[in-house]
Design a protein around this ligand. Sequence first.
Ligand code: TIU
Length: 230
Amino acid sequence: MGAQAGAASRVLARAVPFPYAFELARTALVIIDMQRDFIEPGGFGASLGNDVTRLQAIVPTVAAVLEAWRGAGGFVVHTREAHRPDLSDCPPAKRLRGNPALRIGDVGTMGRLLIAGEPGTEIVAALAPRPGELVIDKPGKGAFHATPLQAELERRGIARLVFMGVTTEVCVQTTMREANDRGYDGLLVEDGTESYFPAFKAATLAMISAQGAIVGWTARSDELIAKLAR
Ligand code: TIU
């Protein structure tokens, strides 16, 4: 990325609730938990009784934004919900809650659920991280909790975060709220996120931008991609 291209202000005029301006050099694309455990059959999402096909449907859109962001020279962060193999970073309250078919750490068709290094925690092939991109394994729903994410962003002078990923109302919304409280201006790509529950996705998009962007902004992928074109 040339310094000038990165420093130029780009404006998403149709963002909700009002235009969102960003400099590419000071903005990170944060892709939340697009890992096999949530998106493919036999993983953690399916073990909770969810239909994972809804989440599969956004992969091409997330890939298109990622390609455009990379093409413009922007910085990319990928997160994965992944615990240590000994579960020392998984509170019993998280592991033992409810009555799922399988619990975190149990063996499923893609290895142990939500355990770092297992096939299920791999990011889906279409969105695989590339050298130079930051990959954060996180033990919580939010990507700032118990991770080096904030330090890594500060080191690079990042002030704005553009989010995609799954699920909208769980890990994406939690991370956006954590980011908001840490002073970041966040934007969620409306068609680059999905929930197992359509009503929860709609409610989350609405509550993020309500009250004058109380949590942040939302915008469509096509407008973002147009602003990343050379
Ligand atoms: N269950 C659910 O909707 N989500 C999660 O458990 N994790 C993420 O959102 N990544």
